[in-house]
Ligand binder design. Structure first.
Ligand SMILES: Cc1cc2nc3c(=O)[nH]c(=O)nc-3n(C[C@H](O)[C@H](O)[C@H](O)COP(=O)(O)O)c2cc1C
Length: 192
């Protein structure tokens, strides 16, 4: 199959003054450099999703489900907060269910000393519950504010670009394989 792969890039931080904008902008450019991918961006700071998770769904929630449902693959750009990932990201993840299933996810993480790796390992557990395949390779920025200049350019781009290229190659492989598999056999026949 040679169809375009619809990648949804999801922001992990909804904090005022967040560094997520810088990291996500870099990730966005890397994804768009791949001819195989088209891109949608989901930002929890721009979504009105009710915290009470009422059954009376808001317009934003319906639209979010549609955008996750039409995706073929996900890239999460997440910081680490207190050895975990932000609550805004968890709320976004929990607001959708079946639309996530049988698709791949990849992670770009950042933070202080850990580079967000603990947040990523926790996200793997969450996405396993949602029937999502998480990519083995990741891109991680430790002490992130030292990695980018004021224009959002990396001081040393080679290694992160190489890591991102490998991770996106894995994401593409899984996205194509799972898209074909979903077409052949709807996953909700086996998901419970
Ligand atoms: C509440 C909070 C907790 C944090 N905890 C950690 C942490 O456990 N490990 C780490 O490496 N960085 C930690 N940091 C640093 C953040 O990862 C870093 O400030 C990052 O830029 C936050 O992402 P954001 O600016 O996009 O919101 C923490 C920052 C905040 C605001």
């Amino acid at each position: 199959m040679t169809d375009t792969i619809n990648v949804v890039l999801i922001y992990g931080s909804a904090r005022d003054g967040r560094y997520c904008d810088t990291v996500a902008k870099w990730a966005r450019a890397q994804i768009l450099a791949h001819k195989a991918f088209s891109l949608d961006i989901v930002d929890p700071a721009e979504l009105a999703i009710p915290l009470r998770m009422s059954r009376n769904e808001s317009g934003d929630l319906d639209l979010l489900k549609e955008r996750i449902g039409t995706a073929d693959a996900f890239v999460i750009v997440t910081p680490e907060y207190n050895h975990g990932y932000p609550a805004a990201l968890k709320h976004l993840i929990d607001s959708v269910y079946g639309e996530w299933q049988a698709k791949p996810v990849a992670f770009v993480s950042y933070g202080a000393a850990s580079g967000g790796l603990r947040a990523v390992e926790q996200l793997r557990q969450v996405f396993a519950e949602l029937h999502i395949a998480s990519m083995r390779n990741t891109v991680s920025f430790a002490n992130v504010w030292e990695q980018f200049d004021e224009q959002g350019r990396l001081h040393a781009p080679d290694r992160p670009e190489k890591s991102m290229g490998m991770m996106l190659a894995q994401l593409q492989w899984w996205a194509v394989a799972l898209k074909n598999a979903r077409l052949h056999t709807p996953y909700d026949l086996v998901a419970t």
